[in-house]
Design a protein. Structure first.
Length: 525
């Protein structure tokens, strides 16, 4: 007697349900313990985060969904639930260690936009690995390799007791559950402040990742200052040259640590005294993330206007708002050049800067290895390149935006010379402050660069202006532990080869306002 189709379907469904029950019975212990340990790992995060039961349910759902997504991926690939849980926890542990290293150096925790730096660590290892620790990176790599081998050897795959169809069905249902957790967790928008320290403390480390990533897809409704600034009508031959120096990690440390030699920045002191305006500069970066300050200067857009995009405006925001100081100068008739002695692809400047209005980008390929001062191209070599461009420009107005590299960290990978302590400081430095001596060495070279540029600009028959500012304070965590951290402000000045300083104004400014101040000083706005 043949069974009916309905009976066959019931039998099939019963076997399918039994298989799914077996699947979840096998993975449930590893899944539950792993997820519990995942919440426990957040106790290691710095700054300290709130306890799970003090967070919104939506943040808990996102945490669970993201961790389970990694667990599910590993389970689908290796078919071993305990191994999948261990790998997911190892990945989370690495994120926590990276977060803590970043917070130690930059006073800022890890967030979703920072995942891009994992790729940059491979492309530019010297910029990032030393802050995490080479030893930690090697140990982590060895541990991962050994863990994979041991895990695969000790645990049998689920496809031995279960059929492939049952395994794939179980994975599919797990994916559906994860999707529901993530969709449900993101339906209600929480009031994020886009201050990573506050948000992570409130919503948890893992629970903050997805909102930061999703918020980046939203375009802020703002009007860029230079979009509404029509350039004045001026004859091209009357326009002065303009050189802007974004000096890496530059600030005047003498008021922060009074034992630094008073004459350390002799050339810049002279320029301040003969400038039209100078003073301290409020910048949106601390210790790193140069593009935050760079975008602020070039665009005039304030960080508080752009929400989550403030952390790396070159990822998406810069393409939406290409109206900049550069495009305005280009409309006036300037030839616009950026000089940066590092690969142009770093921070995607090679893509972003043509949109901003730069005619030419001279990067590391325009310099020789002999021109290094320490691990990077020296400031004096960059000054020589700028002077060459000015000489070759004849009477055509030239705008040069130079991004220095010499004083980029990690400073602790360099060694001070025997005479430098006496040369740069008036008293003996405490132990563990070698980073400060290295920083002061490169700061002196920045000062020499300023002297070279001012001398060359004074030799020109044409009017020329120099704007100098620092992008952020340097990374020196051990030094800051000894003396206390600076307030994060850098320094700026605006100087011309036609001014004598008789109307010089000292004023604290924000970097987003500096471009318009510069144009007003030049009578171009």
């Amino acid at each position: 007697m043949q069974s009916s189709p309905l009976a066959s379907a019931n039998v099939f469904f019963s076997f399918w349900v039994m298989g799914i029950e077996s699947f979840y019975a096998l993975i449930w212990p590893a899944l539950a313990l792993g997820l519990l340990c995942s919440f426990g790992l957040e106790a290691l995060v710095r700054p300290k985060v709130s306890l799970p039961w003090h967070r919104p349910i939506s943040s808990l759902a996102q945490h669970a969904g993201l961790w389970l997504a990694v667990f599910c991926f590993e389970l689908a690939v290796f078919q071993r639930p305990w191994f999948a849980a261990a790998v997911a926890l190892c990945f989370q542990t690495i994120l926590v260690l990276v977060n803590n290293a970043k917070y130690h150096s930059l006073r800022e925790p890890f967030f979703a936009q920072d995942f891009e730096y994992f790729l940059d660590t491979i492309r530019f290892p010297r910029l990032y690995l030393p802050f995490f620790g080479i030893g930690k990176a090697i140990l982590a790599t060895i541990g991962v390799i050994m863990g994979i081998g041991v895990g695969l050897y000790l645990e049998s795959p689920l496809t031995r007791p279960l059929s492939i169809a049952t395994f794939l069905s179980g994975i599919s249902l797990l994916i559906i559950g994860i999707s529901l957790l993530l969709i449900g967790g993101t339906r209600k928008r929480q009031p994020f402040t886009w201050n990573p320290k506050n948000d992570i403390q409130t919503y948890g480390f893992i629970g903050s990742l997805l909102p930061y990533a999703l918020a980046e897809k939203i375009q802020p409704q703002i009007t860029p200052p230079y979009a509404s600034s029509p350039p004045p009508s001026k004859a091209i031959n009357t326009l002065p040259h303009l050189v802007v120096i974004q000096s890496e990690s530059f600030f005047d440390p003498r008021s922060w640590y009074p034992s630094i030699a008073p004459n350390l920045l002799a050339h810049l002191d002279r320029l301040r005294h003969s400038s039209t305006t100078y003073g301290q500069l409020q910048v949106p970066a601390w210790g790193a993330n140069t593009v935050r300050t760079e975008f602020g200067f070039l665009s005039g857009i304030k960080a508080e206007q752009i929400g989550v995009h403030r952390f790396n405006p070159y990822r998406k925001l810069a393409s939406w708002y290409p109206y900049t100081l550069v495009s305005l100068l280009k409309q006036l008739g300037y030839r616009t050049i950026c000089i940066h002695p590092y690969p142009a692809a770093f921070y995607r400047r090679n893509t972003i800067f043509p949109q901003f209005g730069f005619d030419q980008f001279l990067d590391i390929r325009c310099f020789d290895v002999e021109q290094k001062s320490g691990p990077y191209i020296g400031d004096t070599a960059l000054a020589e390149k700028i002077c060459t461009e000015l000489t070759q420009s004849s009477d055509a107005p030239l705008f040069v935006f130079a991004i220095t590299m010499e004083n980029h960290g990690p400073l602790h990978w360099e060694t001070p010379l025997p005479h430098e302590a006496e040369q740069y400081c008036t008293s003996l430095l405490p132990e563990g402050c070698d980073d400060l001596l290295i920083y002061l060495r490169h700061l002196v070279n920045a000062d020499t660069m300023a002297g070279m540029l001012s001398e060359h600009l004074c030799s020109l028959d044409k009017e020329a202006w120099l704007c100098w500012y620092g992008d952020h304070v340097p990374i020196m965590p051990t030094v800051y532990t000894t003396f206390g951290p600076p307030d994060g402000k850098t320094d700026y000045l605006i100087w011309s080869n036609r001014t004598d300083g008789s109307r010089s104004e000292q004023k604290e400014r924000q970097v987003e306002d500096l471009g318009k101040v510069l144009l007003k000083e030049m009578n171009l706005l």
